[in-house]
Design a protein around this ligand. Structure first.
Ligand code: SF4
Ligand code: SF4
Length: 448
């Protein structure tokens, strides 16, 4: 019972129930995908690939031995055609990925970004541990953190430079040079220089490299179109609470709300995670999304699966088709190439020579490249030229694995056995059970 100012008694207006009211249910945050976690898994896979490729000969140039290893196949650097096609294919894949998936390469796959972020988090972790466990004043703690980081970065730079140079020099050979502190040969000097550059890069530049040195971001500006994947802030209902967490988490130091086309943005999606987390606490969807261009709605559920993976117009279908055909053609070209390449061409500085016994000789040039792993023997013979023999070289010619041989030789026959003027015949190069035929002409003096 409550008493009024006049002393009258009144029954309370609010009836208190025996059971307490259930607390208001907190809104469930919408489920969201943690891009950061996924990106770190992709980074780990990329690091494993970066270390594996040169050590397993999947992709590696061997400059001292003039080899190019591609998908386990061994090509000579002199095989310019296939080498050129392979490099063009890689460039084409990078350009096609940029058109469809924008800067995804930068945020997810680029070694510079992966190791820059690793350097950032290692530095932060060292600072945290030193502050937690070392009871020194702040200046000394800072000095100790920096010293530890420098030592770790120095060791990491040696390893990274080693793997990088192993793309160009045989890894065991490189290891021997490293162990003997070789700074006299080209490989040793390249290793030492790369170590120093790597150290300075991850000490001073890190993500700044992307906006100052690397041309890829600028290239993206040219290649992207209205359907290219980008990170986009959209807030038609004015829901942004100005917490600025999206800005604080951005390793590139930008505010995605200003524009989705900032050159610094590497489409890493850390800001998407940050906004999803903040807005999720309010029971709302985040305001930043991956989006195909700046017009398409990210949550358009009516889209087909191929639109959702980025195949959104005829241009992309054509690009993927060309890429597939190119890759297939390259695969066929590499699989059909012969381990032993023989080339024969006539030397026409003199049309013919009269040699011993009045016989006529024509000179030819022979080039053999053994691109296989075993020694090979090439035997030459002549067909369709009566009485002809090979002179001026031993026959059979032995070429070691990976070796090249260049020779001049002569085809000799009696002028009475063949027609005067031009005679068509075949030079045959026998390699194992294979016979390569080279149509040639044999020139004799014309009859007066
Ligand atoms: S995290 Fe989201 S809510 Fe916070 S400032 Fe960025 S866009 Fe606005
Ligand atoms: S704006 Fe977002 S997506 Fe772009 S770099 Fe910064 S955190 Fe990554």
């Amino acid at each position: 019972m409550a008493t009024t100012e006049q002393g009258a008694t009144q029954t309370p207006l609010v009836k208190i129930s025996a059971k307490p009211a259930a607390p208001k249910k907190r809104p469930e945050p919408p489920p969201y995908f943690a891009f950061h976690r996924m990106r770190k898994v992709v980074h780990l896979v990329c690091v494993i690939i970066f270390f594996t490729l040169p050590l397993s000969n999947l992709v590696r140039f061997d400059i001292p031995h003039q080899r190019f290893y591609f998908m386990g196949r061994e090509l000579l650097i002199s095989e310019f055609g296939i080498l050129f096609l392979s490099l063009m294919f890689l460039l084409f894949v990078i350009a096609a990925m940029s058109i469809i998936y924008g800067r995804i390469y930068c945020g997810y796959l680029c070694p510079q970004m992966i190791f820059s972020e690793a350097a950032d988090s290692t530095e932060r972790e060292i600072n945290r541990l030193v502050k937690k466990y070392v009871r020194w004043d702040a200046a000394k703690q800072k000095l100790l953190s920096r010293a530890i980081f420098w030592v770790l970065l120095g060791a990491a730079s040696v390893v990274l430079a080693f793997v990088f140079i192993a793309y160009f020099v045989e890894p065991r050979d490189l290891f021997r040079r490293l162990m003997s502190f070789d700074i006299r040969t080209a490989g040793g000097i390249a290793g030492a220089t790369t170590t120093l550059i790597t150290f300075l890069d991850f000490l001073l530049l890190r993500q700044r490299f992307c906006t100052t040195v690397c041309p890829y971001g600028y290239l993206q500006g040219i290649l992207g179109d209205g359907n290219t994947l980008l990170v986009h802030y959209r807030d038609p209902q004015q829901e942004c609470i100005e917490c600025k967490k999206c800005v604080r988490v951005c390793e590139m130091g930008i505010d995605i709300r200003k524009s989705p086309f900032q050159i610094e943005c590497i489409h890493c999606a850390d800001c998407i995670d940050a906004c999803n987390e903040i807005m999720g606490k309010l029971g709302k969807h985040g305001l930043i999304h991956y989006s195909w261009g700046d017009r398409n709605l990210p949550e358009n559920l009516r889209e087909s699966w191929f639109q959702r993976i980025g195949i959104r117009d005829a241009k992309r279908v054509i690009i993927l088709l060309i890429m597939f055909l190119y890759g297939f053609g390259l695969y066929i070209a590499i699989s059909m190439r012969q381990a032993v390449l023989v080339k024969i061409s006539p030397d026409r500085t003199t049309m013919y020579q009269i040699v011993q016994d009045g016989k006529v000789a024509n000179t030819f040039r022979l080039q053999i490249a053994n691109r296989g792993h075993e020694q090979t023997t090439v035997v030459l013979s002549v067909e369709d030229l009566p009485g002809a023999t090979i002179a001026g070289t031993e026959n059979a010619l032995v070429v070691n694995a990976g070796g090249m041989l260049q020779k001049e030789f002569q085809v000799v026959t009696s002028p009475t056995a063949v027609a005067a003027g031009v005679n068509h015949f075949q030079l045959v190069a026998k390699v194992g059970n294979d016979r390569d035929k080279f149509p040639q002409t044999f020139i004799t003096p014309s009859k007066e």
